[in-house]
Design a protein. Sequence first.
Length: 418
Amino acid sequence: MNKNFSLLIKPSSHGCNLRCKYCFYLKKKEFYNETHPRMTEEVLDKMISSFLAVDMPSHSFGWQGGEPTTMGLDFFKKVADLQQKYGRNGQPVSNGLQTNGTLINDEWAQHLAKYNFLVGLSIDGPAEIHDANRPTIGGKGSHEFVMRGRDALIRNGVDYNVLTLVNSLNVKDPVKLYKYVRDDLGVDFHQYIECVEFDKKGQLMPYAVSPEQWGEFLCTIFDEWYANDLNRVSIRLFDSILNKLVAGQASSCVFANDCRQYFVVEHNGDVYPCDFFVKPEMKLGNIMEDSWGKLQNSSMYKDFGVAKHQWNSKCDTCPYVSICQGCCQKNRWGAGTESTNLSVLCSGWEIFYGHTLSRFKTLANKIKKEREEAARYEEMERRRMAALTRQPAVHGKVGRNDNCPCGSGKKFKKCCGR
């Protein structure tokens, strides 16, 4: 397990000003029986102070919901104050805000820009597609309000990307959706996440994507990106695959073989292992009572982590398992409680990897070669500068057939003198 971890924080819990038809988090009001859940200053202070006291290279706060901006701007001003109060000098601290964007105005955007928040803006596509699944509480389409918030982010220089939940509606025209984000919105950083929700019988909900739809969607997006946008558009899923092939590392928990990369912190300080497993039976503890070390070492957290590679036996013979890692546990559990269930998206992933993996490997090899060449050039420059600074003043410049002053044991002409 990686001892470093980040926080995904739900300061308003399930509270939100929209009523998205596919939202899985609104259901949390069933056991957080509060109309307007809010993180108190006491919980906020304890969370930030204790997290920043953990010895790690960097500390990452991800603010989500529900809708986190319903907490109000003063709450996030307090976040900045507490991070500055408890952070050590030079300590890297980052903040991400996933938002529907409807409450963002210039004052909000100025604060986000001042403290370098990276904003993820949830957009399902053009207005007619977006509004079908993402209405306000009053039933009005939210797209126009999202665009108003987006304009405020742009005016104030806030870095943002677009997160699109791929559902049964917008999955039908992948190129239209991709070009809308790339061209109409002018965004080069995309996230596409599958909408997978189950009913009580373990069947996919009507708004969810089927495995075949998901596979074909990704294939179409990949072909458009590969043909036109390799050096322009960053798609998080594709970046994660390339990172796995190039560096052997999982930059996303989906591609890891252990699901212990972050903690979810609810509004009252309750802690859970994953955004999709905020359930009473999965509660790990509470930050007002338990240390991060205790939470990391809890048997429930360990069991949840190792369950990731306790996949279906079919995965053992799959040519893509080294990347896929059996898919997200959420897509394996369904309405049940077994990590050994085959992911509902399995056949879709097979379609996608079968169509793209050879090209991903070509790109990965190219990246490796470029990095090796860059490393060699850097080493040559280092040696060249070392040679120049070590040349004896009495004898002038080093001769071509003299030993290289860098200490390599080679002749100067074969080393730093090349």
